[in-house]
Design a protein around this ligand. Structure first.
Ligand SMILES: Nc1ncnc2c1ncn2[C@@H]1O[C@H](COP(=O)(O)OP(=O)(O)OP(=O)(O)O)[C@@H](O)[C@H]1O
Ligand SMILES: [Mg+2]
Length: 346
């Protein structure tokens, strides 16, 4: 008999990072049990709209769906843009997370949700309502930079200052932490999505080729960089020729991509510099020692650590598993008494 058998009604307490690009779920006592794109595909048949696919399955359909099928990303810049669809997606992911964990957990759970530090009261209520409707008994919120810092093992509850830069799909958040609180926060509405858009715009302008967002993201994974180190690389791109209207394959140089991403990278660098200017000197002294810690999928862009380090004169470290840092930190806040103070009731 499993240990769980003694507690047949124990609820599945969860921490969820509902991100613009990806949703990550942490199950109390288990760790990360799900990480999938925040994408929903809807199908309309005889005037009735229903969910066709969610997450990984839905992302595969991006840009490839017929007229009666639409692919939706219910979050924009880290906050809910389409409440109804976000709720459907949340329900689906909660059920799947429990199935993935392979345990039978019943009852209504406590759920910790991660929110951008700059989100408004209205936005916080929207996410609370989505979680309540998805079956939560109690909803807690945690600021994303705080969750990211806990997930990256920074000493957030001690009198040691640290800086985290979480670069997501739709937003970048800079947080300066000390003694269990956020001393400085700065939110930018830029991230990986804007990098993909910049690549697509460049390819269209200079190669006369129309590509979709999935292709632009693939180019970013392949040869995307904030600066070139080593031999410059090339990638093959397939799209529709603007002039001739036919599918075409062309070659693209890494230097072109570095240039296309320059504006977004520059905005991130400026944001970090501004946050440093707002930081109290004693805390800044600690950051010189500990460096700037990057989390989020956008931090995986090659050379971003180098560029940020050169621009600030500080050491820059990429956290382990950057895509899971926020959810892992929120999960720890749920499990460990030391961090309980960073959770907010709504
Ligand atoms: N190897 C990589 N190189 C560059 N970018 C990457 C890499 N891997 C993932 N990304 C980008 O990271 C972004 C997703 O990161 P993440 O999952 O942290 O965002 P999110 O939490 O969903 O968004 P947000 O925090 O803005 O709500 C996407 O734009 C994705 O293209
Ligand atoms: Mg995020």
């Amino acid at each position: 008999m499993s240990f769980m058998g003694f507690f047949p009604f124990r609820a599945a307490d969860l921490a969820i990072d509902l991100g613009t690009a990806n949703t990550v779920v942490y199950l109390k006592g288990h760790g990360i049990v799900l990480g999938e794109p925040s994408v929903v595909t809807l199908e309309t048949i005889n005037g009735i709209r229903r969910v066709r696919a969610v997450g990984d399955d839905a992302k595969l359909m991006l840009g490839k769906t017929p007229d009666n099928v639409e692919t939706i990303r219910p979050l924009r810049h880290g906050v809910i843009a389409d409440l109804e669809i976000a709720e459907e997606m949340l329900k689906h992911f909660i059920a799947k997370a429990k199935a993935n964990a392979g345990v039978r957990l019943r009852g209504s759970p406590e759920i910790v949700l991660c929110v951008p530090s700059g989100s408004t009261v209205v936005e916080r209520r929207a996410i609370r309502d989505a979680a309540t409707n998805a079956g939560a008994r109690k909803v807690w919120l945690i600021d994303e930079p705080m969750a990211a810092a806990i997930g990256a093992d920074l000493p957030v509850t001690r009198p040691i200052g640290s800086m985290v830069v979480d670069i997501g799909g739709g937003s970048t958040e800079v947080g300066v932490l000390s003694v269990g609180g956020l001393a400085v926060t700065l939110s930018l509405r830029v991230g990986g999505d804007q990098m993909d858009d910049a690549i697509a715009a460049h390819v269209r302008r200079t190669h006369n080729l129309v590509i979709g967002e999935a292709t632009a993201e693939r180019i970013k994974f392949d040869i995307g960089a904030a600066t070139i180190s080593g031999e410059p690389r090339v990638a093959k791109i397939r799209g529709r020729d603007v002039v001739r209207g036919v599918p075409t394959e062309k070659q693209i140089e890494q230097e072109e991509i570095v240039e296309a991403l320059g504006e977004t990278v520059g905005q991130i660098v400026d944001g970090v510099r501004n946050a440093l200017e707002m930081t109290a000197p004693e805390i800044a002294a600690d950051i010189i020692e500990g460096g700037i810690v990057m989390t989020g999928g956008g931090s995986l862009l090659a050379g971003l650590d180098t560029v940020l380090s050169e621009a600030t004169g500080l050491p820059v470290i990429r956290a382990d598993d950057p895509l899971y840092c926020v959810a892992r930190g929120a999960g720890r806040a749920l499990e460990e008494m030391e961090y309980r103070g960073v959770l907010h009731a709504v």
